[in-house]
Design a protein around this ligand. Sequence first.
Ligand code: 2NL
Length: 344
Amino acid sequence: MQEELKAIQEEALAKVEEASDLKELQAIKVSFLGKKGSLTQVLRGMGKLSPEERPVVGEIANQVREAITNAIETKNTVLENAALEEKLQSESIDVTLPGRPVKVGGPHLLTKVIEEIEDLFIGMGYEVREGPEVETDYFNFEALNLPKDHPARDMQDSFYITNELLLRTHTSPVQARTMQEYKGEKGFKMICPGRVYRRDTDDATHSHQFTQIEGLYVDKDVKMSDLKGVLNVFAKKMFGEDRKIRLRPSFFPFTEPSVEMDISCKVCDGKGCSVCKGTGWIEILGAGMVHPNVLEMAGYDPNVYSGFAFGMGPERIAMLKYGVNDIRQFYLNDSRFLKQFHQA
Ligand code: 2NL
């Protein structure tokens, strides 16, 4: 029996030594020390031994069990370390690999142009104001010298919500509201950028919703020459110092006199080409001296105060500056169009 135990120990130690993974080691443990394991089987036969033999064999059996248990434990640690090492190796990250590029968005071209115009006027002391897109008939038309029966109300077909409410057709109501807020008591300079709406059929140059930036300067002694000076600075900063401007007489119900401003064509430098349709000039905006009726309705005494106002379409400005030939490009959000205007 002692021989048998020795043989089991030898066999067990050899197998443990050869075990190549934890699963195999566990199987070896069961096959020797488990309920039906070979050591257990031998120990079951101890009952047949004589009382003298029993303690001797018992001690040897314990030694064998301990030897096998120790060997398994040692091997277990070795295999566990090996398994951990392999896991670390296979899951290791190569920190020297270049990162995957992250796609970054940027402001819309129209947003950039609007912000550029805002910055320009902020630099000249103008405050930026916004107002509601759903307006009252009063602020959108009445306060701007467009009474109910005024033919200009047909000129710009509007989206009415009720008899008194509509989607604003220009940003002028923001200016009318601002004048009213200052109660005719002091001068101010402001611009108001924002979305406006008109019942137009969309095509390359028309959209039923678009943006506008209007400016207003009210004070004692504001003159037409002030308007011309400010517009000249704007045109040159926006389109280049070598641009020239000219003012042509025009008509708006809310200004008198009214003008339209052209800049000299950048493509042909005023000689005449297809871009300026042979005229050498490109129309940029409308402007004028605020109509006395508009000042008066807002609470300003037109005998004491005067003002100039102007209005422009950022889409048109952006189209001219960046060579965009269809206004609908601004609203389609086709990334192939948009990403051309992202700088790194
Ligand atoms: C254009 C022309 C213009 C104004 C807008 C204005 C506003 C007030 C009083 C007087 Cl509160 N005028 N705005 C004046 C002249 C022209 O816009 O062609 N816009 C795209």
